[in-house]
Ligand binder design. Sequence first.
Ligand code: UDP
Ligand code: GLC
Length: 398
Amino acid sequence: MNADAPASLLYLAPSGQVGGAERCLLSLAAGLDRSRFRPAALVGSEGPLAALLREAGVDAEVAAMPPALRRISRYHANPGGRARWLPAVQAPAYLARLRRAGARRQPRLVHSNGLKMHVWSALLARGWGARLLWHLHDFPPPGNALRLLRGLSGRCDLAIANSQAVASAYAARAPHLETKLRVVPNGVAAEPLQAGEGRAFRARWGLGAEDFVVGMVAIFAPWKGQEVFLAAARQALAQAPGLRFLLVGDDIYDTAGHGGRRRELEARARELGLGAAVHFTGFCETIADAYAALDVLVHASTAPEPFGRTAIEAMAAGVPVIAAAAGGMLEVVEDGVCGRLTPPGDAAALARAMLELYADAGLRRRLAGNGRRRVAERFAEAAVARQVERLYEEMLAR
Ligand code: UDP
Ligand code: GLC
């Protein structure tokens, strides 16, 4: 083997839908030094990710995870009856498919980008002759999934946690991983996020340049706190009837517990009498336009956010952020400097923060300026890619 040839990497992505973990992967792929690394990817379901990876120069193939395996999630009650055996029945054929698809790429290093892939990667990486990196994007799962990960953690060479909060949680709950953990935040490319078309985006919802628009950018997962946002919107509107609200996002994941939230949230908005003050935009592909349309970005997760890409994207775009003070968000947003932090689940505090920012253009400008600087200093795409490359090299040198 030519020692100077680029090292072949294999990314394993559990889902073809594009959430934060997938954006993180795309950002890494974009920033990667191709003279040193040649990336390929296996993607666990159809969806936009494979095409986006290909656009980013990654040799991506969809190796669809069978439905019963895909549906397993921390939100999912175990099925009863014969259905409970389906995952075990479907696993061997899927594993064989992954093994063949991976072997064709002859990876020297496997970068597993989500919980389910951590399991498969642990079973396959050695057979491919590859080092194994787990990218931990979430807090440790409960129950059997954690036991399984613990049991397999000896096969993982290094684990990236997207925040110190996630690293600490794993160190406490999966002690075998402790010495392998490295914290690397997400990176983001600021320039494209600063080039959004806010006017046209607003116009689609009947909003003009004079409207003050507060929005969330998040999938409709149960813990993202859209209900808290709606309750806060109600309270803030009572003081400032001119405020307008956008919920950017949709139900995207097909694991149980994620479906039907859009309808529930729309019904909630009607019950609260929010009327034309709130708009549901659906999933937005051109996220820079959404940020350009916002005066304030709200993050309202009711469970600790592992990292929170939406906050760094908003800060990069120059939009002041109000975020729920827990988990990795405490490492992303410094309260009063580049955003405001409010207690998770506290709609009254969120409403107060919305009104504070609404009333104070100077504060908004200061937070936005500091936010941009913070992204440039800590979350720049190229710098984060360099951090990950150094870890790849450390692993390959072993
Ligand atoms: N996102 C998007 N379109 C939407 C809503 C969200 O592209 O309509 C993206 C958003 O820009 C961000 C990601 O989804 O990159 C969400 O990442 P985050 O880390 O905030 O949360 P996650 O959903 O991964 O927990
Ligand atoms: C996960 C986490 C989110 C994080 C993203 C990228 O989706 O839920 O907080 O920003 O991964 O690391």
